[in-house]
Write a protein that binds this ligand. Structure first.
Ligand code: AMP
Length: 301
């Protein structure tokens, strides 16, 4: 089975949405990514947690066959993010970002991770993303994500990462900030020029826009009437997307990229139906397949 190595945050999140609140709930880009991708393929996580991180939270990953031998436990507290959604559920307002143990973290990949063919640089400090990338011997497909926090604090490092990846996955809001373009359609070709072969702009309830080889492919999200908590939708999308590519030998053809986006989009539609990672814990590949069959009816012409 192909292996994906992922670097990203392992976090406790405090989230406030119109549906309620979840205080110090399990989150972080790596957790969402891994729980999604591990429905289909092997995942190896690189990251750091603090002394407060519960062993049972790490076990949620190991129960799914995820390799966590690249996760270090350091003195101090786990990364903590607090975010609020008001009105527009597609855009989170960051209230607090406490990097904590990530401030001094220097990733060192276990030897067995270095042969991984697929690399996902989930949302985290771009210097850490680059360090992981440099330690993987011969990656077949590299993709990355980021967010406004890193665009404003580490733009030069981030540009160097984006230059090296095959696929950039990014939120519409962040795509606009990074390029200065007024919308996703104007931003995608500009992001493409920064290096990646393909650009996927995630648009919340409006779905995604894939830009590749001068062509757009745009689809809406699966219709969900009650979005409870959009946190992690982007990372879940990325987990589905990368798992599809890993299962298809890293095929970056138009058709393969389209299918990878559809899988990502299907998985993300489950994540938003509950707080934290709860929906992903209950999810099976059969549930995803069933939803995808319903979705095909929604988008058929
Ligand atoms: P998403 O909603 O998919 O964009 O990602 C949400 C996750 O990103 C949350 O679970 C947070 O813990 C995590 N997160 C928020 N800010 C950062 C940051 N600056 N670096 C890394 N991860 C972050």
């Amino acid at each position: 089975m192909p292996n994906i190595v992922v670097i990203g945050s392992l976090a406790y999140d405090s989230i406030y949405t119109p549906s309620g609140a979840a205080e110090r709930a399990l989150g972080g880009s790596s957790n969402y990514f891994s729980l999604a991708a591990s429905l289909y393929t092997k995942v190896r996580v690189v990251g750091v947690v603090g002394e407060d991180y519960l062993a049972t939270d790490l076990e949620l990953l190991t129960h799914r066959g995820v390799d966590v031998s690249g996760v270090q436990k350091l003195p101090g507290k786990t990364f903590h993010w607090a975010g609020k959604y008001e009105g527009d559920l597609n855009e989170a307002q960051t209230l607090v970002t406490e990097l904590n143990v990530f401030e001094t973290f220097s990733p060192k990949l276990p030897e067995k991770y270095r042969d991984s063919e697929y690399v996902f640089l989930a949302n985290i400090d771009p210097d850490l993303q680059m360090s992981v990338l440099e330690q993987v011997k011969k990656p077949r497909v590299i993709a990355c994500d980021t967010m406004n926090f890193w665009i404003s604090s580490k733009l030069n490092s981030l540009k160097k990462v984006i230059e090296k990846v095959d696929v950039l996955l990014i939120n519409e809001g962040e795509a606009k900030i990074l390029t200065g373009a007024p919308n996703a359609i104007a931003a995608a070709p500009l992001l493409n020029k920064m290096g990646p072969k393909a650009v996927v702009i995630k648009r919340g309830e409006y779905g995604f826009a894939l830009y590749h080889d001068s062509h757009f492919f745009i689809l809406p999200a699966f219709p969900i009437s009650k979005v409870i908590d959009p946190t992690g939708a982007g990372d879940t999308f990325a987990g589905g997307f990368m798992s599809y590519l890993a299962q298809h030998s890293g095929d970056l053809s138009r058709e393969s990229l389209r299918n990878a986006c559809i899988r990502g989009s299907m998985l993300a539609s489950f994540t938003v139906q509950d707080f934290s990672i709860r929906a992903l814990l209950k999810l099976s590949a059969a549930d995803v397949e069933k939803r995808q069959a319903e979705y095909r009816k929604v988008i058929s012409l």
